[in-house]
Ligand binder design. Structure first.
Ligand code: CUA
Length: 158
């Protein structure tokens, strides 16, 4: 009879845990769907490799726009494509970036370039690179086991 009592207790306890879990998941789901993302450019993150401009990541010189270069960048666990970005000093640059899987960060240490890359959204940032040097690009959003090893380099050259 004692065993029966404990079983009942565990059943109640287990149910309570399950309810709490479902509430947490539900709240997260609702929060996620109403999460305000500043980017209005959406993308199917599972097809990123086939969708322009992300089918051709890298540094591209552009003409007739308000900026001189476009840097197209794809983040995934746990790297950036391209691994290295080289831009002449004084250039106005538009960074266009997205992720193929989870949330990643894109922060260029020592500059004001800092974007959050969210699955399903394209993040953009326009800036002028006016300091010569090598800047480390780091992921500042925890994205998994390889998070700390996720980096790239921005080279601003004469
Ligand atoms: Cu990618 Cu942290």
């Amino acid at each position: 009879m004692h065993l029966h009592k404990y079983e009942k207790w565990w059943l109640t306890f287990g149910t309570a845990i399950l309810v709490v879990f479902l509430v947490v998941v539900g709240v997260t789901a609702v929060h996620g769907s109403t999460h305000p993302n500043q980017s209005k450019w959406t993308i199917n993150y599972e097809e990123v490799d086939t969708i322009a401009p992300f089918d051709n990541p890298g540094v591209h010189k552009v003409e007739g726009k308000d900026w001189d270069y476009e840097v197209v960048l794809v983040a995934s666990a746990f790297n950036y494509n391209p691994m290295e970005i080289e831009i002449p000093v004084g250039s106005k640059v538009k960074f266009i970036a997205t992720t193929k899987d989870v949330i990643h960060g894109f922060q260029v240490a020592g500059t004001n370039i800092n974007m959050m890359l969210e699955p399903g959204y394209v993040s953009q940032y326009v800036t002028t690179v006016d300091k010569v040097g090598e800047f480390t690009i780091v992921c500042n959003e925890y994205c998994g086991i390889g998070h700390a090893m996720m980096y790239s380099t921005l080279k601003v050259v004469e």
